[in-house]
Unconditional design. Structure first.
Length: 29
């Protein structure tokens, strides 16, 4: 796995995490 691919995966994971948090917040409201 290249560093570029790893960085991409990290970014995707971060985005997923942010989306999950957003989703959780919206469900509470």
């Amino acid at each position: 796995m290249t560093t570029k691919t790893k960085d991409k995966k990290d970014i995707l994971d971060k985005v997923k995490d942010i989306l999950n948090k957003k989703d959780t917040v919206e469900k509470k409201n």
